[in-house]
Ligand binder design. Structure first.
Ligand code: SF4
Length: 166
């Protein structure tokens, strides 16, 4: 049995994507697995913090149903039939859809709706940069509840997001 000495403490930032997305945390790592999170230490102790969402981000990270690679639907919508594809194949599909829509309706017709897991502050810049580079549209669903989606998309776009092009 390994001793506690095998646990490394690594200073990092919370991955829980709450929108703040930057609380300093200390990850306890054993082997290749994070086993515990706690607030990182700051010179001003008022900055030492982690909320329940941050603490439970380990459950998200190691949940058996978490998607770890792209899946492509092979059956009808709702049938639950998918096959695993490579990242290269997934990018190709996305690029093709972007090309199709942008050629038909212009880049401005593509909207980046932010909100929910993955839309925290640390990723925000990437979305904005992509929207700026492609001259597409940045749609903010923030302010319509925690995730912004799906309620924000209904208010802004008039339909449930994501809207999948067939
Ligand atoms: S600890 Fe809580 S408030 Fe801080 S970034 Fe994580 S989820 Fe957000």
């Amino acid at each position: 049995m390994k001793s506690n000495n095998d646990v490394k403490k690594i200073r990092t930032a919370c991955p829980a994507h709450c929108g703040i997305d930057c609380c300093g945390i200390l990850a306890h790592v054993k082997g290749d697995q994070v086993i515990k999170l706690e607030p990182a230490d700051f010179p001003d102790k008022r900055d030492n913090r982690i909320c329940l969402r941050g603490l439970s981000s380990l459950d998200i990270t190691y949940h058996p149903d978490r998607l770890k690679y792209p899946m492509k639907r092979t059956g009808k919508r709702g049938e639950g039939k998918f096959e695993r594809i490579t990242w290269a194949e997934a990018y190709e599909i996305v690029v093709e859809k972007f090309k199709k829509v942008s050629m038909q309706y212009g880049w401005k017709s593509i909207g980046w709706v932010l909100g929910g897991p993955g839309a925290g502050t640390t990723k925000f810049g990437a979305y904005l940069r992509l929207a700026s580079l492609t001259q597409s549209t940045r749609v903010s669903a923030w302010g319509y509840g925690d995730a912004g989606l799906p309620c924000g998309s209904r208010v802004i776009l008039g339909h449930q997001f994501p809207y999948i092009l067939q």
